[in-house]
Design a protein around this ligand. Sequence first.
Ligand code: AMP
Length: 589
Amino acid sequence: MFPKFDPTNQDACLAVLEDVTTNAKQIQESVLENVLSRNAQTEYLKRFLNGGSDIQNFKKNVPVINYEDFKPYIERIANGEPSEIICSQPTITELISSSGTSAGVPKLIPMTTEEMDRRSLFTPLFESLLNKQAGGLYQGKALLFFFMNGDTETPCGLWVGTFITNVIRSYSNRSFLWDRALSSPLDVSMCRDTKQSMYCQLLCGLAQRDHVGRFGASFSSTFIKVIKFLEVHWRELCSNIRMGHVSEWITDVKCRTAVSNILGGRNPELADIIEKECDKKSWEGIVRRLWPKAKCIETIVTGSMAQYVPMVNFYGGGLPLVSAIYGSSECFFGINLDLLCKLSDVSYTIIPNSAYFEFLEINRNENETGHGQLVDLVDVKIGHCYEPVVTTFTGLYRYRVGDVLQATGFHNNTPMFQVVGRQKVALSIDLDKTYEEDLEKAVTLAKRLLEEHNIMLTDFTSYVYTCSFPGHYVLCWELETKLNDTTLEFDPNTLEECCFLVEEYLDAVYRKYRNDKSIGPLEIKVVKGGTFDELMDFFVSRGSSVSQYKTPRSVTHEEALKILESGVVSEFFSKKTPLWKSHEIHSVQ
Ligand code: AMP
């Protein structure tokens, strides 16, 4: 649905962006017409449209759904029924496992070759902007960290994996394109062992430090992970460069060969330069010092990733942070057209050719929580908050994405949005998303252990602690003894066990990241009696009403955090790692 253009021509790319954002309304109408006429005979749409493809009937009769409503169709496809039940053409070729979880299991989103091609056009569009705005992009290679995660198959043999894994494997028969643009050859990014892959991507990047024009990772949580890995491995990396020999523990043959070719031979001068920088007391500005030609750090720092900005800035040493694309497994939404703007101003302009977009207004008035009207893309109002609802070329119809976006303005006739966060997500450190509801459930189950000791949990809240790496979840618990006339006493082992029980009850994505050590052990801070009253007083003083007050299940407000911190009497950490099995992520139940 994009107009024909040459993606290698910067002016053509910039012209396309102007064109599509000017004609958003017409493009959206033709996207919807196209999707409906292609799919009128699908089992799903026939339920609501009786084989017709009229837009007004679509708006009147097709319900707004979430993943749970759609899941039975995905399960049927995974188990071997034809994908025509939701998408007539083209055929669904893969299922993308999204980090957004539903009941603890990642969602599986249909994908087609046509859709992969459509999404691939986002890269030249934003790179043209970056080249124009940051300049000299094509003079260097990109050191962008991409990792392949355990992909698998459904019972009928349909490929299942993350979107990035699918992108990487889509280059397998045109690796020259990848190798031309990135400092790490495709064989390195295709290595399924994340540790070997990260080590080798760093080695390639360091060996070609003078050719690296930009540095990045898809999300800023990954960026931090890479830097922390470098902190541990820089001496060994330098020794490999000095000797022209890759460490023996890199056993992936293709990866080893690719890196050896890049190293070429011994390079003691380069090893000395890198060693000197890494050996300095402070790692402030390490990216700029190790990759002096890098013009920017390309990583998403908006939404839940904003918490990492101070750390990325510290290591980046003032390099501009570029948060380029807003997308999800379900659909690619938009591009940040002003790539070097202040981070607080980052907004993404919707690309109207990607899908048909509607927006469910979020009513933030505390007295009338819930959703408002559903409006078309061009009808959103600046300042209002919305949840996007998408109808895609891959079989999703009026599907709620779960993000909260705020309309901030228009580029030509197309709205721009800031990503505010997720609906009802209480805690998130990496790509994990713990919903309020799930957190409450986990705490309810874990606190039973206290009850055996005649202790009650009177109130709780939570926050994420990201000042150290890896970050971890912190729960603040106010406890009371059930027995009058006794002072509150508890065995530290019981509280440590509670930490672990909460973790065990959290979803598979959280437990996977705990096993990967991307998330640290959960902490319970016991606060003194009266702390939650003080917290309530604080929120009431800011406009909440006592009769309607509900303890927030997660807190980010600095003043509120201070109140909690000043009430802390003891702290406990989970001493065990919760169980996680790889099939939990990919299984289709
Ligand atoms: P996934 O489906 O696993 O790819 O995760 C997609 C989710 O990541 C989106 O629904 C957003 O919540 C989040 N996300 C993606 N891009 C951005 C962005 N540019 N800024 C903030 N959050 C983002």
